[in-house]
Write a protein that binds this ligand. Structure first.
Ligand SMILES: [Zn+2]
Length: 438
């Protein structure tokens, strides 16, 4: 039985969940969960992950806030800085958004020698992760949602697994609340890192938050579509509040519309949200004429692309839509909802991006950030459900950040691609350029 989640404004904080039992997990699964949980909980600086306090942040706070992290100079010398929050306890057997996703990426990075072990100072893994605070989360989400989710963790512990939103569906386990705070916090820590590095270097490293659960479908009042907290939206508000980075440009190239981010900033002129997604795919929002409201009119750009769109379409979109739009907006920082489910091999949709497409996106966005906002740029993992195409595409994005050639040809198979719907793509691009006067 699928289960909707109800938030009733008349009973603030009261959340009704319909619940179902999860089948028991295998022994090997338990072992993996145990190992991973210990790995990242050991990284926390104090015993209680909910006690960390974040306020406005200055470079002089760096050692105080991140006592075990590399120095600002070391970070400034790096080309990539990433954080890892795999949410190993947040898992459901046979669900596409499962706990194998981040370990698959880590294995690919290791195999392709893209970790600090192989690259020395070029690549840094930020290990001093702090969970986001409830106040961080409440900068985007209703407090009733946050407290309601925390309260039902007892129920999730008792039952093993509950459903907190019928679409997707979105599930929760005993650790979902804590692990979702850690995912959002892992993104925030990267904002602190790249901003601190930018104070001493003109080319700070690109940040990549290898986190889950993903965030871009989570709406201000609740979870949705596999997503619990809006990681990228929370980071955008944090960048404004803690670092005075007023103008935030968010690029969302996940195959699905980032409706949660869209809704959070729909009337905000200072946060530009640009989403490309497959026309007609989940959740059905993000129509081409949805471009913001009130003061935020024009600061949302939704570009639905026809099924079958691929590398040629996305290259044109970058040149004719993303780049001119960002140039006109003049951001202080660029954040990216990096979903890899537009890959031709991904099971959840039918676009035809390749590993090479993701290399191109990573390379172009890095250059854009360099040109427009001192290189300030952080990627946030969203979707991507074929573990091979997901992990190779993230790894090849790292190659782009390092300024190294793509190795996409080792993975991509042109023989499986078919002709892109070029006329329909052209029409969509012409229409969006007309709507946004590009
Ligand atoms: Zn997606």
């Amino acid at each position: 039985m699928e289960v909707p989640l109800f938030f009733c404004p008349a009973f603030v904080g009261i959340v009704l969940f319909r619940v179902r039992h999860q089948v028991s997990l295998s022994n090997s699964h338990h072992k993996l969960r145990f190992a991973a949980k210990n790995r990242f909980f050991l990284r926390l600086e104090n015993g209680n992950p909910f006690k960390s306090i974040r306020g406005s942040f200055r470079c002089s706070n760096w050692i105080e806030n991140y006592p075990t992290a590399p120095s600002i100079t070391q970070i400034a010398d790096a080309k990539v800085i990433y954080s890892v929050a795999p949410a190993m306890g947040h898992n459901k057997e046979s669900h596409p958004e499962c706990n194998s996703r981040v370990p698959a990426i880590m294995n690919a990075l290791e195999k392709m020698e893209l970790t600090p072990k192989f690259r020395g100072s070029e690549i840094i893994e930020l290990q001093s992760l702090k969970p986001a605070t409830v106040d961080d989360i409440a900068s985007v989400h209703a407090k009733a949602y946050v407290s309601g989710l925390e309260k039902v963790m007892d129920q999730a512990t008792e039952k093993g697994l509950i459903f907190i939103d019928g679409s997707g569906p979105t599930y929760a386990t005993a650790t979902t609340f804590q692990e979702s705070l850690l995912a959002a916090g892992a993104g925030i820590s990267l904002i602190d890192s790249v901003v601190a590095a930018s104070k001493v270097s003109h080319s700070p490293p690109v940040g990549f938050a290898l986190i889950r659960p993903p965030g871009h479908h989570a709406v201000p009042k609740g979870p949705m579509g596999f997503c619990v907290f809006g990681n990228v939206a929370i980071a955008a508000r944090y960048a404004q509040r803690a670092h005075g980075l007023k103008r935030v440009f968010i690029i969302d190239f996940d195959v699905h519309h980032g409706n949660g981010t869209n809704d959070a900033f729909y009337d905000d002129p200072d946060i530009f949200f640009l989403s490309t997604h497959q026309d007609g795919s989940y959740p059905g929002t993000g129509k081409i004429d949805q471009s913001g409201h009130g003061a935020g009119e024009g600061a949302t750009l939704n570009l639905p692309l026809p099924g079958g769109s691929g590398d040629i379409a996305m290259r044109t979109v970058v040149d004719e839509v993303i780049v001119p739009c960002a140039q006109r907006f003049k951001p202080d920082i660029i954040l990216v909802s990096a979903g890899y489910d537009g890959h031709v091999l991904d099971p959840l949709a039918s676009l035809q991006y390749t590993t090479g497409t993701y290399y191109m996106l990573a390379s172009s966005i890095k250059e854009l950030a360099k040109d427009l906002c001192g290189g300030l740029c952080v990627f946030f993992l969203e979707g991507g459900y074929n573990l091979s195409s997901l992990s190779y595409s993230v790894a090849d994005s790292f190659h782009a950040f390092l300024g190294e050639p793509t190795l996409a040809a080792d993975f991509d198979n042109p023989a499986i691609l078919y002709e892109e719907p070029s006329n329909k793509v052209k029409q969509a691009i012409q229409k969006i350029k007309h709507i946004h006067s590009l």
